[in-house]
Design a protein around this ligand. Structure first.
Ligand code: MN
Ligand code: MN
Length: 446
């Protein structure tokens, strides 16, 4: 039978279905730990096994490996051995937020506050006067854990940071925006009186347990569709759950099939603070995991084999980029800025000013990516990070390029990146997933 072109109804249905599952993932994954838990749940439902529990990694086998309950690797074994290189889509699941300090509770004029420490790059004023939720994990001395999630369940209270009223805010309004509120004053009202009893009675948390806790203040509320045409999604944490989920979803669609090359996704932590720490991509997590895979295939992961596999691998560094915002043209590299709704964007190099700190993909690999995307009819675009000398950035590409592999940034354009509510185009969300699927399904490299 002749294959019919997909009609508009099918396209709409595909968009609806994908965006609904992505929004559901966002609602459940307000922190990196929760993204990890939800991703593991989804993977296990599709037959992925914990790598610790398997002895072999044969073509078609599905495995995952976790690190510290935050960073996750999942893979499907290809027909070719891991030694010949793997295809990786790597995104991150941490997002800018306010972390509670180890001794967060203090009182001022009878009001109890949570003292916070900023995690990631934010515009501080955006986080005032909005409903906030408290999520995280408290670990007791005996190792037992208490999961905290306050602010999103029906009937839950929310938290808030107050601001001065305009009537008396003249001095504040005359300050540069960055100085309008001090980082040390980004403290969240916990109650109009002591909350120790509430923490103990309702949540079984003693004050000292907060010393060994990871509690995050994030925007309260579920993702929403935006625009009369419902063309966008407003959500906390698109950066970078939009790419991380797209990669995960593309990999899960391969369950039951055997790709040519081993296909993998990484959902990593700590990108927003420089990928440092044990759960960041600057750690040995990735190479150790590749060694584990080779060990399952050959029973002997020689150091040279691990190095060869890494060098022969390729990666789409799956992170968001800035969409050109007509109201802020000064941030754009005119003619090289990603368009909102124009599909996922490939960024050849990031960095700042004179490509400082950049991972610059070689033209040969860019050509390969062009061919893969065009052959699969992906709606994609090519852009730069932003206007030269206006700032800059970078993501996990450089930590993977360190192994000698080809890497390019490739992800979804956003408006108001790092704001409590970020905006993404629904079309771009779907095509990001389609792009990653095209990469996984592409024929062998020439
Ligand atoms: Mn990012
Ligand atoms: Mn970011």
């Amino acid at each position: 039978m002749k294959k019919k072109e997909k009609n508009k109804n099918d396209v709409d249905k595909e968009l609806e279905a994908y965006c609904a599952e992505y929004m559901d993932f966002l609602s459940k994954g307000k922190t990196e730990r929760r993204c990890y838990a939800e991703a593991v749940r989804l993977l296990e439902a599709r037959g992925f096994k914990n790598l610790d529990a398997v002895k072999t990694f044969k073509p078609g086998d599905r495995v995952y490996r976790g690190y510290h309950g935050k960073t996750l690797f999942a893979a499907i074994a290809g027909k070719d051995p891991v030694l010949s290189g793997i295809r990786v889509v790597g995104g991150h699941t941490d997002a800018p937020r306010l972390d509670l300090k180890p001794r967060p509770l203090y009182e001022k004029n009878g009001i109890t506050y949570f003292d916070t420490h900023i995690y990631g790059g934010i515009k501080k004023f955006q986080w005032l006067v909005m409903p906030l939720a408290l999520y995280g994990t408290v670990v007791k001395k005996d190792g037992s854990k208490i999961e905290v999630a306050i602010g999103d369940a029906p009937g839950d209270p929310v938290l808030m940071i107050s601001d001065v009223l305009p009537h008396f805010g003249k001095e504040q309004q005359e300050k540069p925006v960055k100085d309008a509120v001090a980082a040390e004053d980004m403290d969240v009202i916990a109650g109009l009186g002591p909350v120790d009893d509430i923490l103990r009675d309702k949540y079984c948390i003693e004050k000292d347990d907060l010393l060994s806790a990871e509690l995050e203040i994030v925007p309260a509320g579920a993702p929403r569709e935006v625009g009369l045409d419902r063309s966008m999604i407003a959500a906390y944490g698109h950066d970078d759950r939009v790419c991380a989920y797209a990669g995960l979803s593309a990999l899960m669609d391969l369950a039951g099939k055997t790709p040519v090359k081993t296909c993998a996704v990484v959902l990593c932590d700590k990108e927003e603070i420089g990928s440092v720490g044990a759960s960041g991509m600057a750690s040995s997590f990735f190479e150790n995991t590749v060694a584990e895979l080779i060990d399952r295939q050959s029973g002997n992961a020689r150091d040279i084999d691990v190095r060869r596999a890494l060098e022969r691998s390729t990666m789409l560094s799956a992170d968001v980029c800035a969409a050109s915002d007509p109201h802020f043209p000064d941030a754009d590299s005119i003619g090289n800025a990603a368009k909102m709704g124009g599909g996922p964007c490939a960024i050849k190099y990031t960095g700042a000013a004179s490509k400082s700190g950049a991972s610059d993909a070689r033209a040969e690999f860019v050509a390969e990516v062009r061919r893969i995307m065009d052959d699969a009819k992906i709606d994609w675009q090519m852009g730069e990070l932003g206007r030269a000398e206006k700032g800059g950035g970078g993501t996990i590409a450089k930590f993977m390029a360190r192994f000698g592999m080809d890497v390019i940034d490739f992800g979804t354009p956003l408006f108001n990146m790092h704001a409590p509510w970020e905006l993404a185009s629904r079309h771009d969300c779907l095509h990001t997933k389609k792009a990653y699927a095209a990469y996984f399904n592409a024929p062998k490299r020439a």
